[in-house]
Design a protein around this ligand. Structure first.
Ligand SMILES: [Zn+2]
Ligand SMILES: [Zn+2]
Length: 226
């Protein structure tokens, strides 16, 4: 595995891109949530929306695991674009788990907002919520919670490394709704080859028990030096 640089420089243009993407993401997510909530006026609609929100949150945890696994196990920090922006932060985190505690909010969520904002904007304009279809509400719930989960992942991960996170963070950790310190410690305790999911960690049990990551690495022909 590549060694990690002491710090990852982020150009001004990239920081502005992150800030713009985050602003768009927050505005459209709030608008979309409002539209979804107002569209529910039957029990079936409420059930479909709730099922979509839960499914999307599970999906977000799985996506966090796949992204984390790829960042940990594949590529190099010198890989164009992906290296400094996505691979290096994961490698840096293994060397110095406390470094991310110092990172600002935009630095933590900006990269994911760049990818999530076009998705939520597309859903806002293309999903016909007024059609009152249960499937539409299910899809709307899924898109909303998967995007919120994905964007919030780095903040949740940061909370799992903080000695004294906020009251809200501790409450969410205690209820098990988000990744907590103990659950995430499994990743840092060994060879960084398990417990990759860092949104809720709900998917880790099944993925690790089935050895999904090591099987996928064998299928993809990953060599120890990659
Ligand atoms: Zn960590
Ligand atoms: Zn890792």
């Amino acid at each position: 595995m590549d060694r990690t640089p002491p710090s990852v420089a982020r150009p001004l243009a990239h920081r502005l891109l992150e800030l713009g993407a985050l602003t768009v993401f927050l505005a459209y997510t709030a608008g979309f949530l409002g539209r979804i909530t107002l569209a529910v006026d039957t029990m079936a609609g409420g059930f479909a929306l709730s099922a979509g929100l839960i499914f999307g949150y599970l999906l977000a945890d799985l996506i966090s695991g796949v992204a984390h696994w790829l960042g940990d196990r594949f590529g190099r920090e010198s890989t164009p674009f992906l290296g400094p922006n996505f691979i290096a932060p994961f490698r840096e985190h293994h060397e110095d788990p406390q470094a991310m505690v110092q990172h600002g909010f935009v630095e933590l969520v900006g990269n994911t907002a760049v990818f999530a904002s076009p998705v939520i904007v597309t859903a806002y304009y293309l999903l016909d919520i007024q059609a009152q279809s249960s499937w539409t509400l299910f899809h709307a719930g899924t898109v909303t919670s998967v995007m919120i989960g994905v964007v919030a992942t780095n903040v949740i991960h940061r909370w799992a490394h903080m000695e004294e996170p906020s009251y809200l963070a501790r409450l969410l950790q205690k209820t098990g709704l988000i990744l907590n310190r103990e659950r995430h410690a499994r990743h840092h305790a060994g060879s960084f080859d398990r417990a990759y999911c860092i949104t809720s960690g709900w998917m880790d049990g099944a993925l690790d028990a089935l050895r999904v990551w090591s099987r996928a690495e064998r299928m993809l022909g990953r060599r120890p030096s990659d």
